[in-house]
Ligand binder design. Structure first.
Ligand SMILES: Nc1ncnc2c1ncn2[C@@H]1O[C@H](COP(=O)(O)OP(=O)(O)O)[C@@H](O)[C@H]1O
Ligand SMILES: [Mg+2]
Length: 472
């Protein structure tokens, strides 16, 4: 089945390119960090940005300095060939000398220097950070360099640039965190039916690289597609969680992994996670804080009516759909997978994937509500829960409250009405004063127009997938 839309063309990233171009147009030098996890599209982005500009792309391989210097010298020669006297070969005795040359070169002309996988300098030549700092402080002002340090290990990049004890502390002008495509951009990137897409997006998220796999792996059946992507011995994504995260977490990765697994299974408070993993509550607290603030793999949620700084009703979630799925269905079942007991894993998937998609559809629903015009501008949009009662989406300001039930299913008219009645009951429990409007977000709703005529806000998958580009 040929399903692919975009071919090998560069897609979207308009905001990031706009930001980079704005930085490029500034006088003098700028130091930019582009970070984000492996395969999110950092290299593709900076290369796209470089097109049509004078600049040099340098990949910091984990080699020794002499070899790296040879690579870099060749790149510099090629990039600057029309500015260098013919037949002259450049020669540098160290990386420092090469960078100094580039800074001097850019005195009269704007020059982009990209250092991809910047954190690798740590193993190639740790003293380079301090040399770069000196060079930057000495020559940055009189030159016109846009220095872009690209890095995949969020924790490491933050340490290099944000730790007071590190030489490059405080030198960065702009941080650009590259995130996976959101639901709508991802949907427009691959061309598969919306119903299947919601399910597959629940497992892959908006990672361009993973979405590109659908070209070969999507076969019109979600479970089969996920099986071939994640669960067969040679599946491309089976080891991916290990590949991406082991290096990030280092020696203690097992504890981080247990916590992420627990969260993916629905243990979302520190107490629940501690009970599930057997880690002490203090330890869990420390890891949760690191995973949230430092590594940014977890997010923190509180009921939408409560003050996040005061409430104790905190619940954690895995931000990235891919990791959420990988921990829940791959890592959680790693024993079975290694023993070749794939049937057990597929049973787990068949049984629990629908509820998993249901949760993801709630997330998509909240994002959708943030992007559309509800007839008022909400101060907050989020989930709400209290004593076993839960509302999937609420959006409110002083005067208005919109409340939604989200269901990843096709609703009959009767079921829709029952859900709305129950939602109205729960709505009374929400401690807000504004006037209430109730609604449903479902895959399909029988009698959608009729319900709308009764004053309900009703959306189905066709409404969800279509947001005018301006609203993205
Ligand atoms: N904006 C994009 N449009 C099209 N393909 C992309 C885009 N971003 C990334 N890709 C593809 O996804 C894959 C991973 O991207 P890459 O830039 O290598 O990620 P990273 O450098 O963050 O590890 C590459 O095959 C790339 O072609
Ligand atoms: Mg890269």
């Amino acid at each position: 089945m040929v399903i692919y839309l975009v071919g090998n063309m560069f897609y979207d990233r308009e905001r990031e390119l706009k930001k980079l171009n704005e930085i490029y147009s500034r006088q003098g030098s700028s130091f930019v960090v582009v970070y984000g996890r492996r395969r999110v599209g950092k290299t593709a982005l900076v290369r796209e940005f470089l097109k049509g500009k004078l600049g040099i792309y340098l990949f910091v391989g984990e080699k020794d300095e002499a070899l790296l210097l040879e690579d870099f010298t060749r790149e510099v020669e090629m990039a600057l060939s029309s500015y260098l006297p013919p037949y002259v070969r450049l020669r540098f005795s160290s990386l420092e000398e090469l960078f100094e040359f580039l800074f001097d070169f850019s005195r009269d002309i704007k020059l982009v220097i990209i250092l991809d996988e910047f954190q690798n300098f740590r193993s190639v030549k740790p003293s380079l950070f301090s040399s770069l700092q000196k060079l930057w402080d000495l020559k940055g002002e009189d030159s016109n360099v846009v220095l872009i340090a690209v890095g995949s290990y969020v924790g490491m990049m933050k340490r290099i640039f944000m730790d007071r004890k590190e030489p490059l502390f405080g030198r960065v002008d702009e941080w650009i965190k590259l995130k996976p495509f959101d639901f709508w951009r991802a949907y427009n990137f691959v061309n598969i039916p919306a119903r299947d897409f919601v399910e597959i997006f629940s497992a892959l998220g908006g990672m361009p690289k993973y979405l590109l796999y659908l070209r070969h792996y999507y076969n019109g059946n979600t479970i089969e597609t996920l099986r071939s992507l994640f669960f067969d011995e040679l599946s491309p994504l089976r080891e991916e969680g290990f590949n991406v995260l082991k290096l990030e977490f280092g020696r203690y990765y097992r504890s981080y992994f247990s916590i992420l697994e627990a969260v993916s299974l629905g243990y979302v408070t520190p107490k629940e996670i501690s009970d599930k993993t057997g880690l002490k509550i203090l330890t869990v607290g420390k890891y949760l804080s690191e995973l949230t603030n430092h590594y940014e793999y977890l997010g923190k949620e509180v009921p939408a009516t409560e003050d996040p700084r005061k409430t104790r009703k905190v619940s954690y979630f895995i931000r990235d759909e891919f990791f959420n799925f990988w921990f829940r269905f791959v890592y959680h079942n790693i024993q079975y997978l290694e023993e070749g007991e794939i049937t057990k894993v597929l049973n787990d998937l068949r049984e629990n994937f629908p509820a998993f998609v249901g949760k993801e559809y709630e997330r998509i629903g909240r994002e959708f509500i943030r992007r559309i015009d509800l007839g008022f501008s909400p101060l907050r949009v989020g989930r709400w829960w209290h004593k076993g009662e839960e509302i999937d989406v609420i959006a409110y300001n002083e005067e208005k409250v919109a409340l939604f039930e989200v269901k990843w299913s096709d609703l009959s008219k009767a079921r829709a009405k029952r859900l709305l009645r129950d939602l109205e009951r729960k709505g009374e429990l929400v401690p807000l004063r504004g006037e209430r409007v109730y609604g449903l977000i479902s895959r399909e709703v029988e009698g959608k127009e009729e319900l709308r005529n009764c004053g309900y806000l009703v959306f189905d998958l066709n409404d969800i997938v279509y947001i005018p580009p301006g609203k993205l």
